[in-house]
Design a protein around this ligand. Structure first.
Ligand SMILES: NC(=O)c1ccc[n+]([C@@H]2O[C@H](COP(=O)([O-])OP(=O)(O)OC[C@H]3O[C@@H](n4cnc5c(N)ncnc54)[C@H](O)[C@@H]3O)[C@@H](O)[C@H]2O)c1
Ligand SMILES: O=P(O)(O)OC[C@@H](O)[C@@H](O)[C@H](O)[C@H](O)CO
Length: 397
């Protein structure tokens, strides 16, 4: 079995690689970094180490790589593959649509009845694979689209494993947390598909993706944004502060109430899920930087992502949203100078004012009660951040 994976980054090498390898896939990484490409080609394997006491290490074998700029080679690999996966960031999917379209085109040209191909965008967010399909389909001819409907599928998915930024001598080595979960929407798969070991196929993905995004990712980014305001550099440091932990727990109690009601979850089990996820943030065997978890605040503050969506849903259900409002306000203060979206966000606030940003980036009109509550909380967070912050906090790496 052959897989083509876009992105030889942390989740690509640290999660998708080992899972597919366990199911005997040969993996071709489509990558940008020359050093990683040549190392993957020469060595054909790389180590994945678990962040636990014993640092258990496995070798992911049968791997190679192609350069993303070599569109012919990428298309040829896709034409021969059983599976295409991505982990490059939701907003980067647009950039690979052309390569995928060329791959599908070539695959359909080669034979009348091609083998089924599944294309799965393993990005944090709702509906990633279908979003990718919407970017790829306009690049196909109408006749190709019709045939692609029969032989190519884009099932949505949920992936969960914390893989921090890597700092090893070996550019391929990756250290990951032991926990991992991969869930795929079964109805999105083509008939007779081959199961990937360790993947759960479910009839309804919504409860899984919302539970993960609005617990793991909402909690994670809340810890990052609250922690940033308090001057911390890592998630582990931030969450060790009882005040930050209580703020995060408050946020997760609010998303939890919403999720429990919406998806009819068992509230006791959900409480245990929250505690288990919070515990993951404290893993002492690796360092997870706040600037990684807080990255791309405009994406994280967008209407369908981990902060605004649960806040709007909870509000609509008449539930508490005070902690979510505080987390959104803290995200609006995030001003890390090396994060292009943070810079854009701060420029937008400076140029147009906080009300404009809440309306236009967060998608909350000024007639909505959350609008003024976020604006007021932002003023409060912003003033305490400025008055307490050391100047060098603005240039943390
Ligand atoms: N790291 C985690 O803990 C984790 C867990 C679950 C999901 N995710 C999701 O996986 C995706 C990747 O995250 P990551 O942490 O591995 O990031 P990363 O930065 O380590 O890896 C991203 C890779 O994508 C490549 N890339 C970026 N922009 C690209 C573009 N425009 N075209 C082609 N390639 C491009 C980069 O070169 C890099 O190799 C994100 O959507 C993230 O939300 C991450
Ligand atoms: O990757 P992002 O930027 O969407 O979110 C940052 C982290 O919260 C995220 O990468 C988690 O580590 C991951 O989603 C855990 O499964």
């Amino acid at each position: 079995m052959k897989a083509v994976h876009f992105g030889a980054g942390n989740i690509g090498r640290g999660f998708i690689g080992p899972i597919l390898s366990d199911s005997d896939y040969e993996i071709c990484f489509v990558a940008r970094n020359e050093k990683k490409i040549s190392q993957l080609q020469e060595r054909g394997q790389y180590p994945v180490t678990l962040a636990n006491e014993t640092r258990d290490t496995e070798l992911v074998k049968n791997v190679t790589a192609v350069n993303i700029s070599d569109m012919d080679e990428v298309a040829e690999s896709i034409a021969e593959a059983d599976l295409v996966t991505t982990a490059i960031g939701m907003s980067a999917l647009r950039d690979i649509a052309e390569s995928i379209a060329r791959g599908i085109e070539l695959r359909l040209k080669k034979t009348k009845r091609p083998e089924p191909l599944h294309i799965i965008a393993c990005e944090n967010g709702i509906g990633g694979s279908q979003r990718l399909k919407k970017l790829v389909y306009p690049l196909l001819k109408p006749s190709e689209r019709k045939r692609a409907d029969e032989f190519v599928a884009f099932p949505n998915t949920m992936v969960d494993r914390i893989v921090p930024i890597q700092q090893h001598k070996d550019p391929l080595k990756v250290m990951v947390e032991p926990f991992c979960e991969w869930v795929i929407h079964k109805a999105g798969m083509l008939e007779g598909f081959t199961r990937i070991k360790g993947v759960r196929y479910v009839d309804s993905l919504d409860p899984y993706i919302e539970r993960k995004l609005f617990t793991v990712n909402t909690g994670h980014c809340a810890a990052a944004y609250f922690g940033y305001l308090d001057g911390y550099s890592t998630i582990q440091e931030a969450i060790a502060n009882p005040k930050v932990l209580e703020q995060v727990r408050g946020v997760l109690n609010e998303t939890g109430a919403m999720l429990t009601l919406k998806h009819n979850l068992d509230s006791k089990k959900h409480e245990q899920y929250i505690e288990k996820m919070l515990h993951r943030f404290t893993n002492p065997h690796f360092i997870d930087k706040i600037t990684r978890v807080a990255r791309s605040p405009l994406r994280k503050l967008s209407p369908n992502d981990r902060l605004v969506r649960p806040a709007l849903q909870a509000h609509k259900m008449g539930l508490e949203t005070n902690h979510l409002v505080a987390a959104i306000a803290a995200a609006l203060v995030f001003d890390h100078v090396k994060d292009p979206e943070a810079v854009k966000l701060q420029n937008s606030i400076r140029e147009h004012g906080i009300g404009y940003v809440i309306e236009n980036h967060l998608g909350i009109p000024d007639t909505h009660p959350l609008h003024s509550r976020i604006a007021d909380k932002y003023d409060e967070s912003f003033s305490s951040y400025r008055s307490e912050a050391e100047p060098d906090l603005l240039s943390r790496t």
